[in-house]
Design a protein around this ligand. Structure first.
Ligand SMILES: Cc1cc2nc3c(=O)[nH]c(=O)nc-3n(C[C@H](O)[C@H](O)[C@H](O)COP(=O)(O)OP(=O)(O)OC[C@H]3O[C@@H](n4cnc5c(N)ncnc54)[C@H](O)[C@@H]3O)c2cc1C
Length: 383
């Protein structure tokens, strides 16, 4: 299935590209060097409706679809990975549980300010002892006197500690199921709730300006009504949210690879060795040909998975395939991009170095490559 974007989508793509070039590009070096959170960029994105692209207008969203959201993430990632992951985690992880499973009241109270970009959202699934094995969640919530009392730790959580952060949804164990397995539910916790402690930012290999932190809950109390959807549905809910998230991470990988590729194309014509631009050497030409082919395939399967989500047809396999292929493609492409730049590619001030370092996490976050292969194998009927 080949995706030729229609005129409306092409116009939208151009709008986000122009924004990324004019507003984000001039700040990328500063963001990388300082690790400062890009408040003015994220606020401007909120004003443009980017932080609520796939949600209906009645809930403060832009009334777009998942494909438009994927295109936006791709365009932002082409310029800056930290800004792209901030948007991706906010929409796919922070806002999705409210849209897909929240009550009308929860949507009004939380989805509207999230979609309008007034606050940022996060999702806390990962724990020190529960990464790929998310069912091994240890964080507990006990219902006492009409309140959930939450105790536990979440690690590597995106977006919780900025001045704009408003709410985190966490997976918690709320009891035991009849089959003896853990009953996992989703509960949201507004920032500032006593007992909700946010650690300082991690220092990371890439995504320097994105906000990633450990969260600790120490007898943290929230009303019983902070449960999202049905008690015990937490596992099912986050698996669905992750299907969407994986498509967006795939788009982020396509954008990252595209950004690196464009740097290489320019450099291949500029850098002279043996009295010729290096782009005249077949070895370099082949690298660029492979990169362009890889990116094209990844973009195609990513758009296909997004369109399938929009069409509300099962897409677990396609989302996992898009995430797996695109993230590994991005690592291949950025590795070759550094090679094209030679020693300069190893220097921090060259963007390919940044694209390379931002690429690695794409093979890990929202399910590692190994987990994606497990999901695909399961969808193929292999158990
Ligand atoms: C920058 C950053 C941002 C993040 N943001 C968020 C966030 O917002 N919210 C959130 O909840 N989480 C977030 N994460 C966590 C991320 O999703 C996890 O790191 C990821 O799911 C892997 O879990 P883990 O790190 O515990 O690795 P582990 O699960 O310990 O895996 C270690 C290795 O073992 C492999 N492995 C594990 N089990 C199997 C198996 N059964 N078969 C084969 N191989 C296996 C893995 O593939 C991996 O190679 C973030 C992580 C980072 C680094």
């Amino acid at each position: 299935m080949l995706y030729e974007l229609d005129e409306e989508k092409k116009l939208f793509q151009k709008t986000v590209r122009d924004f990324s070039e004019q507003v984000i590009r001039p700040q990328t070096d500063h963001l990388w060097e300082t690790g400062e959170f890009p408040y003015d960029i994220i606020r401007q994105m909120g004003d443009l409706g980017i932080l609520g692209i796939p949600w209906p207008e009645e809930y403060g969203g832009a009334g777009g679809d998942y494909l438009a959201y994927a295109i936006a993430v791709e365009e932002i990632a082409r310029v800056d990975g930290s800004c792209a992951i901030t948007v991706e985690a906010h929409i796919s992880l922070g806002s999705s549980p409210f849209y897909y499973y929240g009550s009308e009241e929860q949507k009004r109270e939380w989805l509207v300010p999230l979609a309008e970009g007034k606050i940022l959202g996060s999702f806390g699934l990962t724990e020190p002892e529960a990464g790929s094995d998310a069912g091994n969640t240890q964080t507990k919530a006990e219902l006492r006197d009409g309140e959930w009392v939450i105790n536990g730790t979440k690690c590597f959580i995106t977006n919780p500690g900025t001045d704009m952060s408003g709410v985190v949804t966490v997976t918690v164990v709320t009891g035991e199921r009849e089959d003896g397995r853990k009953e996992i539910s989703n509960i949201y916790i507004p920032k500032g709730t006593p007992g909700y402690n946010i650690a300082p930012k991690y220092k990371k290999m890439g995504w320097h300006a994105s906000d990633t932190r450990e969260l600790n809950f120490d007898d943290c109390r929230v009303p019983a009504g902070n449960l999202i959807g049905n008690r015990g549905d937490g596992f099912k809910q986050f698996l669905d949210c992750l299907d969407g998230g994986r498509i967006a991470i795939a788009a982020l990988a396509v954008g990252n690879a595209q950004g690196a590729f464009e740097e290489c194309l320019k450099y291949a014509n500029e850098r002279v060795q043996f009295k010729r631009p290096i782009g005249k050497f077949q070895a370099i030409q082949f690298k660029l040909a492979d990169m362009a082919t890889d990116i094209e395939i990844a973009r195609d399967i990513t758009y296909k998975a997004a369109a399938m989500r929009d069409a509300k047809v099962p897409h677990t396999k396609e989302a996992a395939m898009a995430k797996l292929f695109s993230s590994e493609m991005c690592m291949r492409t950025t590795t070759q991009a550094v090679q094209v730049f030679g020693g300069y590619g190893f220097m921090d001030e060259y963007p390919v170095s940044r694209f390379f370092r931002d690429a690695k996490i794409l093979e890990i976050g929202e399910g590692t490559s190994e987990v994606q292969r497990m999901v695909i194998a399961r969808e193929l009927g292999l158990r």
